[in-house]
Ligand binder design. Structure first.
Ligand SMILES: [Zn+2]
Length: 109
């Protein structure tokens, strides 16, 4: 599952109250890996992907995938935006992270 179409964050839609503390893991593209955002951020080919996050609730990780080579190449607003996803914030009109978290909890029961 992938968060795509990163535009703005809905700060009015608070994260799930029991959203876990996730450790941020940043994945940057290399010549060998190719464009990681292209590989992990499930987006149409004609859309240029700035970044995306994939929560790994099993391991309490927040995986961030960037098309860039390093942190310095990532625009600050993009980076901060992804960190908000790691805290459980969704996009406006979207409940994707809330839903992912609820489904993960259901699978554990
Ligand atoms: Zn986003």
């Amino acid at each position: 599952m992938v968060i795509q179409g990163c535009t703005t964050i809905d700060f009015g839609n608070l994260p799930a109250p029991d959203w876990p503390k996730l450790t941020v893991v940043e994945h940057y593209s290399t010549r060998e890996s190719g464009n990681l955002a292209r590989q992990y951020c499930d987006a149409p080919l004609f859309i240029s992907v700035l970044a995306c996050m994939q929560p790994d609730f099993d391991n309490k990780l927040c995986n961030l995938y960037f098309p860039d080579w390093d942190r310095a190449s990532v625009a600050d607003w993009v980076y901060r935006h992804e960190l908000e996803h790691c805290k459980g914030y969704d996009h406006p009109g979207d409940n994707e992270l809330h839903d992912l978290w609820e489904r993960w909890k259901e699978r554990r029961n």
